[in-house]
Design a protein. Structure first.
Length: 183
């Protein structure tokens, strides 16, 4: 089921949103044989939506190939809003933790090959540390300041392009949104 051109559906059906008081701390959905997961991880690596002031947290996005054939994924889904944080009170843009994609010089193709039953995980911490760095192809050249106490949100519109057996596929129109709090 591709969400492209799903104009007849209600907007709420295209939005996957969680809050600090939600029963789950992660958004997980399967479309067209690809399983997506989006969440924030605390310093112990556990999904969460409430963090202490001065606590680092990590953005996590993954996609799994649940089909019988390998896929080749391009990175349109890593848009300028990918992992971007806004303060809920005034919609103030707090920035995003990553500073680039495919930052290391390489002649290798800039795509992700994913065999059947495999998963690609993208991690990116808010604060860059020696032990907590982003997962390639994301890169960070500088770190952000810790977020002040308050309510925040991070969201992005999924624009996922992949090729399977020479056929191009697009899954788009779905919005992932996490509302979280720094206490």
């Amino acid at each position: 089921m591709s969400l492209m051109g799903a104009g007849c559906e209600k907007d709420e059906e295209l939005l996957r949103e969680i809050y600090p008081d939600s029963k789950t701390s992660a958004i997980q959905i399967e479309l067209d044989g690809i399983e997506f997961k989006f969440c924030l991880l605390n310093e112990k690596g556990e999904p969460g939506t409430v963090f202490n002031q001065g606590e680092n947290f990590t953005f996590y996005f993954s996609f799994s190939n649940n089909m019988k054939d390998p896929i080749i994924v391009t990175t349109e889904f890593i848009s300028s809003d990918f992992f971007r944080v806004y303060r809920s009170l005034d919609n103030n843009d707090m920035g995003k933790p990553w500073t680039g994609v495919w930052c290391n010089y390489s002649l290798a193709p800039q795509e992700i090959n994913l065999a059947p039953s495999n998963i690609k995980q993208l991690f990116c911490p808010w604060i860059l540390t020696q032990d907590n760095t982003p997962e390639y192809p994301l890169c960070m050249s500088e770190s952000k300041d810790y977020l002040a106490k308050g309510k925040y949100e991070t969201s992005f519109n999924l624009d996922f392009h992949f090729t399977m057996n020479g056929k191009k596929n697009i899954i788009n129109g779905l919005i992932f949104k996490i509302n979280f709090e720094i206490k």
